[in-house]
Design a protein around this ligand. Structure first.
Ligand SMILES: Nc1ncnc2c1ncn2[C@@H]1O[C@H](COP(=O)(O)OP(=O)(O)OP(=O)(O)O)[C@@H](O)[C@H]1O
Ligand SMILES: [Mg+2]
Length: 399
């Protein structure tokens, strides 16, 4: 069964609602000539960036050639996937539009030249190219930005969201007051995808949606106790229940991961079960790091499913005992170094861009030299200016 977000995907530009800059996008398309800039649609998730490209293609009967940038990791695969179609007319001379979705997931200059390949595609394409990203100011995209017209997609306007939800209710034969729809919309903070998803799950099996049905939505506020989550994951053998609890809780899956890691041996006693549980956790860990490395949040879902479901089904049967779950040691350490590690990474990327070397080289080879140079105040100030560093950054470099 198709989800409502797919079912009610806009079929023409006029159906993309609450988004001021759709006309800019349309104008960009109208005025585009070979060698012209690509459109970089960027901004909030679930706000219609991908949808608007589909709508345009449908409305103008264009052939849509699409790659997801995080699947096309490097220059070669980008060239292989779309290089050919950007240069050739399609059969029957249909016009084309090229969509490179989620470019924040592309690899930067430091490894396989994905960004370089994108620039090449933009420069050489015979057809208009559209890129999407959540953050156009991601450092990785800096050089690419010069070849793009930036079009920002903000939060979908609240009233437009409410109206859209109302239309969907009407088509699905569901009765619901406008004030309730408005609340659903407000909860998601301008992410229409989430709002439609919420509406779909709330009204499953119902003809009428009432105030009391919205209680379930309160999950965004209600902070389930973490012990409650562990209890469900450890005690149930039902994968569905186990994954469900994660959805209903306002906790970072990474945090739950370490809580599970810490407490598997507290709950399970049979070595075979313990081994099994850790095995699942290690698979979940692969997806966890992939989410981070590729900045592709779809992997997070796999991580959660494998992590929660896997640990739940590793036991033969439920242990009828009270387990004193302990907070993960790892997390305490992770928490305290998290900000500084991120800062170091940011500085390295910033300097790497300018010096044309990888972050690793900056850290290993440049930082020690900088530390020496910084002993001279004038030189220190020069470098600070040159790389546009904050005071805080300097402290981090000197360690
Ligand atoms: N402005 C909008 N008008 C109409 N429908 C929308 C709008 N924004 C989102 N939707 C609905 O939400 C779904 C998801 O939107 P879309 O895929 O365009 O989000 P996105 O901005 O590309 O998000 P992401 O950054 O996560 O890729 C669409 O299929 C559509 O059903
Ligand atoms: Mg998208």
């Amino acid at each position: 069964m198709t989800s409502w977000t797919d079912k009610y995907m806009p079929k023409k530009l006029a159906e993309v609602v609450g988004q001021k800059r759709v006309t800019d996008f349309e104008n960009w398309y109208k005025e585009w000539k070979k060698g012209g800039k690509a459109a970089l649609l960027w901004g909030k998730t679930g706000s219609g960036k991908t949808a608007v490209v589909y709508a345009l293609a449908k409305e103008k009967n264009l052939e849509l050639i699409e790659i997801n940038a995080s699947d096309a990791r490097n220059a070669q695969s980008i060239e292989e996937t779309i290089g050919h179609s950007t240069k050739q007319m399609s059969l029957f001379n249909r016009k084309k539009i090229i969509l490179i979705d989620e470019v924040d997931g592309i690899s930067g200059r430091s490894d396989k030249g994905g960004v370089g390949a994108l620039i090449k595609v933009v420069k050489e394409s015979k057809f208009p190219v559209v890129l999407t990203a959540n953050d156009a100011y991601n450092l990785k995209l800096r050089s690419l930005r010069n070849y793009c017209e930036l079009i920002k997609f903000g939060s979908v306007h609240l009233n437009s969201m409410t109206k859209r939800l109302g239309e969907i209710c009407e088509k699905e034969g569901i009765e619901c007051e406008r004030s309730l729809l408005k609340r659903i919309a407000r909860e998601t903070g301008g992410d229409l995808r989430s709002a439609i998803n919420d509406l779909e799950s709330l009204s499953r099996g119902k003809k009428k949606l009432e105030e009391k049905d919205l209680k379930v939505l309160g999950y965004r506020e209600s902070k389930h106790d973490i012990f409650e989550v562990l209890k469900v994951i450890f005690k149930t053998s039902n994968i569905k229940n186990s994954i469900e609890i994660m959805r209903n809780v306002d906790k970072d899956p990474d945090e739950i991961f370490w809580w599970l890691e810490q407490n598997i041996t507290t709950e399970y006693e049979n070595p075979k079960e313990i081994a099994k549980a850790f095995n699942y956790l290690s698979v979940a860990d692969l997806f966890r790091s992939r989410t981070r490395v590729r900045q592709n949040w779809r992997f997070k879902k796999y991580m959660i499913d494998i992590m929660c479901g896997g640990v739940s089904i590793s036991k033969k049967e439920m242990y009828r005992k009270f387990s004193p779950y302990r907070p993960p040691k790892r997390l305490a350490m992770y928490g305290s170094t998290k900000t500084s590690r991120k800062q170091v990474k940011d500085i390295c990327e910033k300097m790497g861009e300018q010096l044309h070397v990888s972050s690793r080289v900056i850290m290993k080879e440049y930082f020690p030299v900088f530390r020496l140079i910084f002993k001279n105040k004038a030189w220190k100030e020069n470098i600070q200016k040159e790389f546009n560093l904050e005071k805080e950054d300097l402290k981090i470099i000197t360690g």
